[in-house]
Design a protein around this ligand. Structure first.
Ligand code: NAP
Length: 267
């Protein structure tokens, strides 16, 4: 599939899932704006990988918990490329900024989650849509399991913020439908080469074993390239009529019944 002549901005694309999306779009020929917050070295590395794929690239810095910085970022990318067709809201603050259970989370941590996901997506999508060409694409990267469950207690701030973001996807999809701009959320399962790799080794191993042992029917975690493939797929003209949806990219994990041990379900 060719995305030649299209221009994309992916927040948090200096590393992790965002980088996987940036590289897939670059492979398809799209110009890619690599966004980072603090780690410029990682952004430069990703930019080189984008350019090695023969694509036009640039780097942009912004704190996506701050509306004025989001506006500045989108305007700069549009001015530098001269066009914008794809906007992916993927950045998420470090765990330390929000990862606390409901009875302990500070209002500052709660705000970090909501500012980056709900407000950040509202501002980013509005700014992008204002300059985007018709038939563009807007994506929110979510974690839908965290939005609809309560077991992973310290996820409360991010889970609630992602739920608001998913709801916003539906409202924006209707608002932008007349222009042929689609708005969808993509929900990956646990993904390699991402925040996962910053968890204690024991936690990483438990998560990998749980999924390769059967809770994910495809018996592996996701990769950043898997998520990039879904974004690329939804950028095709064939996806013109799909909007306002939450797409699970999880090897079937969301199909499992959490009340029944995997050993019984997979028998
Ligand atoms: N990892 C998973 O297993 C998984 C599963 C489902 C959904 N997701 C979702 O996928 C997205 C990416 O996750 P990831 O694990 O790939 O992330 P990650 O590896 O932790 O990377 C986070 C990215 O966000 C940027 N960032 C951090 N704080 C920021 C801020 N205040 N303003 C702007 N940018 C900021 C970072 O830039 P710097 O490095 O420059 O700070 C980096 O580029 C998130 O929305 C996450 O919720 C992840």
């Amino acid at each position: 599939m060719s995305l030649k002549g299209k221009y994309a901005l992916i927040t948090g694309s200096s590393r992790g899932i965002g980088r996987g999306i940036a590289l897939k779009l670059a492979e398809s020929g799209a110009g890619v704006a690599v966004h980072y917050f603090r780690n410029e070295a990682a952004a430069k590395q990703t930019l080189k990988m984008v350019q090695d794929r023969g694509s036009r690239g640039l780097i942009v810095q912004a704190d996506t918990t701050k509306p004025d910085e989001i506006s500045r970022m989108v305007k700069k990318v549009h001015a530098d490329f001269g066009a914008l067709d794809i906007f992916v809201s993927n950045a998420r603050p470090e765990l330390a900024a929000f990862f606390q259970p409901p009875m302990n989370i500070t209002l500052e941590q709660w705000d970090a989650a909501f500012d980056s996901q709900a407000k950040g997506f509202l501002v980013g999508a509005r700014e992008a849509a204002a300059v985007m060409r018709d038939s563009g694409r807007i994506f929110a990267i979510t974690y839908a399991q965290g939005s609809r469950t309560g077991g992973l207690q310290p996820w409360v701030g991010m889970g609630c913020a992602k739920a608001a973001m998913e709801s916003l996807v539906r409202y924006l999809a209707v608002a932008l439908a007349r222009r042929g701009i689609t708005v969808n959320a993509i929900s990956p399962s646990w993904t390699e080469d991402s925040v996962l790799n910053t968890l204690p080794a024991e936690a990483q191993e438990l998560i990998r074993q749980w999924h390769s042992g059967g809770f994910t029917p495809m018996r592996r975690l996701a990769t950043p390239a898997d998520v990039g493939n879904v974004v690329e797929l939804f950028c095709s003209e064939q996806a013109n009529f799909i909007t306002g949806q939450i797409i699970y990219a999880d090897g079937g994990a969301s199909l499992m019944n959490p009340e029944v041990p995997p050993e019984i379900q997979l028998r």
